[in-house]
Design a protein around this ligand. Structure first.
Ligand SMILES: Nc1ncnc2c1ncn2[C@@H]1O[C@H](COP(=O)(O)OP(=O)(O)OP(=O)(O)O)[C@@H](O)[C@H]1O
Ligand SMILES: [Mg+2]
Length: 266
């Protein structure tokens, strides 16, 4: 099976009056279908910038070179070449690749019901009636473990706890069955028990739906729990990659060794 994403020699710079910051340098890696790949690295190592580039979500002062090859229905597009107005970018975002951020309220509107927001995600990409979208949204809300989903559809985000909000965001991200789900530190803002539940949920839905996941974290304990493969970034470059078990058993790069030492229970 071909790789879902092939990143080749990706460089991302930010230009400002003060000069140029090189956030990502010569990054090359693949994301495989049906796998959870963790992307780890310390703060500022370029994880979010890399993830955002996959959705064409970089600000105007960003300069991108290299390739972000995304293969969907046997057609490959280079996301790095797509402009904001390109209709292919709109169908990639949310439909083929979707993203869950650290803070659920970045994805939720406070003034619309959960049901309206999840069904809107369907209506953006599929030509179905509002009634059909509503039913699909309710099924997804139930699949992410929200009890009494029918009633919950009529609630507003402020009625939900942080963990429930993140579940709703995951429902919204997965309702169009994207091939790739990107999670950028989705559990950092949650307390420890809720964190564990959300990790289990992402893993469970990944098994059921067969989507690939790119899971960003700086916590190797989380990597051990959720991922099949791991990519380690350090100061904008990829310094190590491999099967999770291999990397955790014998980390090669000093930064990975240091990260591992910070997790006593492993
Ligand atoms: N819009 C921007 N303009 C200028 N520099 C930026 C911009 N966005 C990110 N950077 C820089 O790019 C580098 C990588 O940032 P990035 O957000 O990808 O780090 P990260 O690995 O996600 O860190 P964290 O774990 O804290 O989320 C940092 O040096 C950051 O300052
Ligand atoms: Mg980040």
């Amino acid at each position: 099976m071909s790789d879902l994403v092939a990143i080749r020699d990706l460089c991302i710079c930010f230009n400002s009056e003060l000069g140029t910051t090189e956030a990502v340098r010569n990054l090359t890696f693949n994301l495989r279908r049906g796998q959870i790949t963790a992307l780890v690295g310390e703060s500022g190592s370029g994880k979010s910038v890399t993830a955002n580039s996959l959705l064409g979500l970089l600000p105007n002062n960003a300069e991108v070179t290299g390739e972000i090859l995304f293969t969907h229905n046997e057609t490959t597009v280079d996301i790095a070449q797509l402009t904001e107005r390109d209709p292919r970018l709109r169908s990639i975002r949310g439909d083929q690749i979707s993203m869950v951020f650290q803070e659920p309220m970045t994805a939720l509107s406070p003034v619309h019901t959960i049901g309206d927001q999840i069904s809107e995600a369907i209506l953006c990409h599929q030509s179905v009636t509002q009634e059909v979208a509503w039913v699909q949204a309710e099924e997804m809300l139930s699949a992410v473990g929200i009890a009494s989903a029918g009633e919950a559809m009529h609630k507003y985000p402020f009625h939900f706890s942080g963990g429930m909000r993140q579940r709703a965001v995951i429902a919204m991200a997965l309702v169009c069955h994207p091939e790739l789900l990107i999670c950028d530190e989705p559990t950092t803002a949650l307390d420890v028990t809720v964190q564990a539940e959300i990790l289990l949920l992402i893993r469970k839905l990944h098994v059921e739906l067969g989507n690939a996941v790119l899971f960003i974290t700086h916590d190797l304990a989380v990597v051990a729990q959720i991922a099949d493969r791991v990519l380690v970034m350090y100061q904008g470059t990829l310094v190590e990659e491999g099967e999770v078990r291999e990397v955790l058993k014998s980390p090669k790069h000093p930064y990975t060794q240091k990260l591992l030492k910070a997790v006593p229970q492993l």
